[in-house]
Design a protein. Structure first.
Length: 370
């Protein structure tokens, strides 16, 4: 639960902490927890109830289990996928995506434009073609994109005139250009042409726009990127968790001694450590998961170390030296995680864009004596 997580992030508290100290320690613990997730402040929850793009929900379910633990580590290119919805408010075949929430330390690896292809319009007479050519351009001159030098071709391919569904176009270079120079972001232009390359008016194929269609069909930009968020913050988060008394009548020191004595009798093993985002107060902006089990390692590493303790060679030697008292000040090996798994968060950022981010080394997969 939340109390367990916050205690792991804080120093041992006094026997009778004041309300002011408790509030201060909670705030400090939550601040440190935000650092683990690469944030200075928690994003504000969306002002209105919003549904995340289905693509992002499907991507989360493909990458992670329901508790967020990674099940397919090779799916994501990089550790972050952001989604941006079109800001042109329904302008036909012109699209604009505001990328201000992308951090400067995030390197763009790939970027995709997702457009929902509507059912084709009914036409008079027999259909002469089953396909048309769709081209995506980076707009260089906002007022005159059709002028020479007014646009740059990013992607083009034949698209079926039958049925409806999502069409995805790679536009990585345009997004990289926009990240280098924000003022160069003049949006995208999409054209529909016949097989001969001639314009079709009216075009038999149309895509859902941001203002006229259901939110689940809105045009979306989805760049995948890499940043430095990983396990680097975890090295600072290693203070021993204090043990709280189960009943106020039990003296704290005797309770600590009896618990530690019991721990020394138990072999090194993995124990539950629940992280509940709703209890922390983060459920307003985190979409999935609602929480996860981080687990923690606890127990003794007695001599002789068996294979079930998963000892390293170094731990085995240290255990022998400790048992034979061959050197002063050498303790027995410690029970620590020897396998760590990543988790994934699907959440709203400050601009109400939906982000999928993967965090390394967040779940203790197994424990061993090291």
């Amino acid at each position: 639960m939340l109390g367990t997580v916050l205690l792991l992030l804080a120093l041992a508290e006094p026997v009778c902490p004041s309300p002011e100290n408790a509030a201060s320690r909670r705030a400090e613990a939550l601040k440190r927890l935000l650092e683990v997730f690469g944030m200075e402040d928690p994003p504000a929850p969306p002002a209105h109830v919003k549904q995340p793009p289905q693509y992002m929900v499907d991507l989360f379910n493909t990458v992670a289990n329901a508790d967020g633990v990674t099940k397919n580590p090779d799916i994501l290119e990089g550790n972050t996928v952001r989604s941006f919805l079109d800001k042109t408010h329904g302008e036909k075949m012109r699209f604009l995506f505001i990328l201000s929430s992308v951090a400067k330390n995030e390197k763009i690896l790939t970027a995709e434009l997702h457009l929902f292809r509507l059912w084709p319009r009914a036409t008079n007479g027999p259909k002469r073609h089953h396909f048309c050519q769709v081209s995506v351009y980076q707009v260089l001159e906002k007022r005159e994109p059709e002028a020479p030098g007014g646009k740059k071709l990013l992607a083009a391919r034949l698209v079926s005139l039958q049925g409806s569904g999502w069409e995805v176009f790679a536009i990585t270079q345009a997004v990289r250009d926009w990240m280098e120079d924000e003022s160069s972001n003049q949006g995208l232009l999409v054209t529909v042409q016949g097989l001969s390359g001639s314009p079709l008016d009216p075009p038999p194929l149309q895509f859902a726009s941001g203002g006229d269609h259901h939110e689940s069909k809105k045009p979306m930009l989805a760049p995948a990127m890499a940043n430095g968020i990983g396990s680097s913050f975890l090295a600072d988060l290693q203070p021993q968790a204090p043990v709280l008394p189960a009943k106020p009548a039990v003296p704290r020191l005797s309770r600590l001694r009896s618990t530690r004595s019991l721990d020394r009798l138990q072999p090194c093993q993995r124990h539950p450590l629940s992280v509940d985002f709703e209890e922390i107060g983060w459920s307003g902006w985190i979409i999935s998961p609602r929480g996860y089990n981080a687990y923690h390692c606890k127990g003794s590493c007695p001599f002789p170390l068996g294979e079930n303790m998963r000892p390293t060679n170094h731990a085995t030697v240290q255990s022998i030296i400790n048992a034979l008292k061959l050197s002063e000040g050498v303790s027995s090996p410690c029970c620590v995680p020897d396998k760590l798994y990543s988790i994934n968060l699907l959440y709203f950022d400050d601009d109400e864009n939906v982000v999928l981010k993967q965090y390394d080394d967040m779940v203790a997969g197994s424990c061993g004596c090291h």
